[in-house]
Design a protein around this ligand. Sequence first.
Ligand code: NAD
Length: 489
Amino acid sequence: MNPPPLNDKSLFKQQSYVNGKWVDAKSGKTFSVDNPGNGQTLGTMPEMNAEDTQLAIDAAAAALPSFRRTTGRERARMLRKWYQLMMDNADDLAKLITWENGKPLGDAKGEVTYAANFFEWFSEEAPRSYGDTIPAGVPGNRVFTVKEPVGVTGLITPWNFPAAMITRKMGPALAAGCTVVAKSPGETPFTAAAIAELAHRAGIPPGVINIVTALENTAEVGNALTSSNAVKKVSFTGSTRVGKLLMKQSADTLKKLSFELGGNAPFIVFDDADLDLAVNGAIASKFRGSGQTCVCANRLYVQSGIYDDFAKAFTEKVKAFKVGAGDQEGVTHGPLIHERAVEKVKAHVEDAVKQGGKVLAGGQALPDLGSNYFQPTVIRDMKNDMQLAHEETFGPVAGLFPFSSEADVVAMANDTEVGLAGYFFSKDIQRCYRVAESLEVGMVGINTGLVSDAAAPFGGVKHSGFGREGSKYGIEEYQIIKTVTLGGM
Ligand code: NAD
């Protein structure tokens, strides 16, 4: 075992967290977790099943009656303390992220701050969740609404942001007064466990948050959550395929759902764009997390007048990247999560090249570094019938598609089943409004490649899912509105 070198070693837990206690699977089974940067085993986690999940649901259900009665201000204080503990332990949390996910330490530190922000943000929302006083339609009646927690929630998150995907759900769930059973990602369970340890230290009562771990039994755990009548809501971040499966599974128990699913973001550079701004925006949007973010640019459409200049400046920057294990000095881009991800990237590159795409940078795997590495790649002369145009690559490949008119590029950008984020660069204010209104996505970045912010609603349209995380809307996903009518006045 090669656990990360933490300052506080007690943050490295190799157990699940249920009802305020660190526990093993009833079966005693475990699965091992490897560092994608070097293939070494970091540690093991309990391989939980439906029975273990049921115990976690029971704990969350038992904790609900008293937790939902706490005031918003009490919950705010807990969340604020949890936020502070995350910031105080940011270095250790970042090391855990880097060791289990592979991203460079600087990016991991950025993720910790982003993740903690959800606790801070929702600590501020918790006491300010107002209902309405409604002018009654019937004489003598008085009508008002109250917001109540939806109840026990099931949260399922992916490995690409081992901290932020979980806090983005737990923050609003707790702010609303819900209790939680979270299934942490099989690839990156240690960051989630450390966050649970910090919840313990923040005084969050036993049973309010529970973390179930599984790798092979993932589908069984998912089924236990979706089929339970005690679980009133499931929030999922992950692929569109699994989102559709969970939606079907949740039909019989008619759950409240929110789904943050896959993307295939268009990134459009018009002739009138600021070239440097567009290049830097594309670098940030496309290559953050080595292209493994759901909002990352997948299709870069560049107008003919600026195409060659953009391709040159962008390629120069990509060639300057240093790829390697995330904990190594000077590394700008880490490995992919596993070999399957490398295979998908390879397939997209081979398909593009076969159909006439020209590789300007990269294009190959990096077996000398390890089995999970792929060169940051730029390909020009992309065409719309290539695989990369229609599927999320989820890797470090930037395909440059030429276009000539605004109408053409908007049509191409929208020609996909998904709609999470979309970006464009232009100095024309009318065009900015026009294109922002035309893109079929949940989030638009104009002259920026980054759109994530705890204060701003995050979510998609079409097959990218529904529901919004972060912002003033995030808490509503964990609430029901109860209408109270008083008659006989
Ligand atoms: P995935 O759907 O395979 O897995 C996501 C999570 O779901 C993991 O924790 C996994 O263990 C779990 N899971 C898988 N099958 C399950 C089942 N049958 N029942 C219950 N849980 C199950 O996705 P992935 O490949 O690990 O992650 C990448 C995908 O996530 C990409 O498509 C990406 O766009 C998407 N993503 C979306 C957002 C967003 O906010 N929209 C954010 C990050 C990632």
